[in-house]
Design a protein around this ligand. Structure first.
Ligand code: PHE
Length: 485
């Protein structure tokens, strides 16, 4: 069912620049309404950052960024050949979808099957510099809730909060804390079975983990952020992933748009408004013309493309700053995290420069499995981005070994890493607006050129942002066509 219709209008032509989610969604929606779209994509595959890697793929990187003086060992750029086995995939870009995001509506409409993405697992670990050894998230949470409840309950009971609480509130707060922190009537946190077991209960009662560390040690763990990761509006469980890989979404969009209407391997070299239309020049071919253009490339790349969009637009495009993020996929020939650690999906949160370790939410109990050995951003991502793949792998294995021990280095079959600042024709994981100057200017078309992408929304770094932006632009373009006939 189409949201738009031309109602007898002339079938306008649109050049869509970029076959990422924003570009493909624009072409898909315009196509449903009867527009003729041509999508121009510089890379040899569609999807942009929605890139799922499988055996047989290769990952080409730009040379490491100059700047720090010497051109590091990765300076030449490099190609990784991905050798994952059948059925193994690695979502090197987006990997999780929240329930409220429009991305799920597109999955429904396009027939992309979903499964749960385990974004929070009490059995996974937390590990910070303040800790001697990693502990299960459940254990850390029990101790944090327990001690905080104890402190607050004692302060309340001693009357320290009387200025804030009347008698009824005092009782209700104490009642809340006694169950919230499992501190009972004594208001003492001494640890309970929330902490977990050394030997799980069964026919026998099991062996509990035992008493918690001292309050001061628990405070020293510095876990506030790690215990609340899934409290974020966009990170709450249940989250979802397409069965078989995130690129199911972009492949379904490309199928609907039609392969014949998508030109990969074609770099845009100029964007011009002309009287009554747009002209887009491309490398190694004649210029293309159409009634309208939807420019769905990253802003830092658009800013480098010559054209006549005006100084204000040019400055606005140059405003967002590309940010770094990276991921490493580790394929193992044994799902030791399930067999030995009883961890089925979810993430270990650390303050190591690997950031997070993700356990797979698919393929439970199969022979192989893929762990995300690092997912980091900012300076940590830049540290890894500057290294050749082999060094990234060694560093991530050494760090992951601090969480999982020797088994982390065993049974490894294959690996692949992506540093988003070094991906050709993308050059960033997502962007940050240092000031909102330019944000509203680019919400409007420059002549007949519209801009689309997650970078023009309040959902930066989500496919949902790309979809929302595409829907807005297509709606506006269509209203204009109806008006101007
Ligand atoms: N969407 C990305 C992710 O879920 C990046 C992101 C992380 C965006 C956290 C917002 C908050 O990992």
């Amino acid at each position: 069912p189409s949201d738009f219709s031309l109602r007898g209008g002339r079938a306008a032509t649109v050049l869509v620049l970029g076959a990422g989610v924003a570009g493909l969604a624009s072409a898909y929606e315009l196509g449903k309404a009867g527009y003729h779209c041509t999508v121009i994509e510089a890379r040899d595959r569609v999807g942009g950052r929605s890139m799922t890697l499988r055996g047989g793929d290769s990952v080409t990187e730009l040379p490491a960024r100059a700047g720090a003086g010497e051109p590091g060992p990765a300076a030449a750029g490099a190609v990784q050949r991905v050798t994952f086995g059948d059925g193994t995939y690695f979502n090197s870009g987006p990997a999780r979808i929240a329930q409220w995001m429009v991305t799920l509506d597109y999955c429904r409409e396009l027939g992309v099957p979903l499964e749960v993405f385990v974004n929070n697992n009490a059995s996974a670990y937390v590990f910070t510099a303040g800790m001697k050894a990693p502990v299960r998230a459940r254990t850390a949470r029990a101790d944090a809730y327990g001690y905080i409840s104890e402190l607050l309950a004692k302060a309340t009971d001693e009357g320290a909060l009387d200025a804030r609480l009347d008698d009824g509130d005092r009782e209700r707060l104490l009642d809340f804390l006694s169950s919230f922190g499992e501190i009972g009537a004594s208001y003492e946190y001494s640890g309970g079975d929330r902490r977990g077991y050394r030997v799980d209960p069964g026919v026998g009662p099991g062996t509990a983990l035992g008493p918690p560390p001292a309050l001061s040690d628990v405070l020293g763990e510095g876990l506030g952020r790690m215990l609340t990761m899934d409290a974020g509006y966009d990170q709450a469980m249940p989250m979802f992933q397409p069965v078989g890989g995130m690129d199911s979404i972009v492949r379904a969009l490309a199928r609907e748009v039609g392969a014949a209407n998508i030109r990969t391997g074609t770099r845009v070299t100029g964007i011009m408004n002309r009287p009554g239309g747009v002209e887009v020049s491309v490398e190694g071919g004649a210029p293309l013309t159409a009634d309208y253009c939807v420019a769905a490339l990253p802003p830092h790349l658009l800013a480098r493309i010559p054209g006549n969009l005006g100084a204000g637009v040019q400055a606005a495009l140059g405003t967002p700053v590309p940010l770094s993020a990276g991921k490493l996929g580790l394929e193992y020939g044994r799902r030791w995290w399930e067999i030995e650690d009883r961890v089925y999906g979810g993430a270990t949160e650390t303050d190591l420069d690997l950031g997070h370790i993700w356990y797979p939410s698919y393929g439970f109990h199969t022979d192989r499995g893929l762990i995300v050995g690092y997912y980091n951003t900012g300076a940590d991502a830049e540290t890894y981005a500057a290294l050749p793949h082999g060094d990234r792998l060694r560093r991530a294995l050494a760090q992951g070994g601090m969480v999982h021990g020797r088994k982390y280095g065993a049974n490894l079959l294959a690996s692949a890493s992506v540093a988003w600042t070094r991906q050709p024709h993308i050059e960033g994981a997502w962007v940050r607006w240092p000031s909102m100057n330019g944000f509203s200017l680019l919400q409007r078309p420059a002549g007949r050129v519209y801009f689309a992408g997650d970078w023009l929304t309040h959902l930066i770094a989500w496919q949902a942002g790309a979809f929302e932006s595409a829907r807005k632009v297509v709606t506006e373009l269509h209203h204009r066509v109806l008006k101007e006939g």
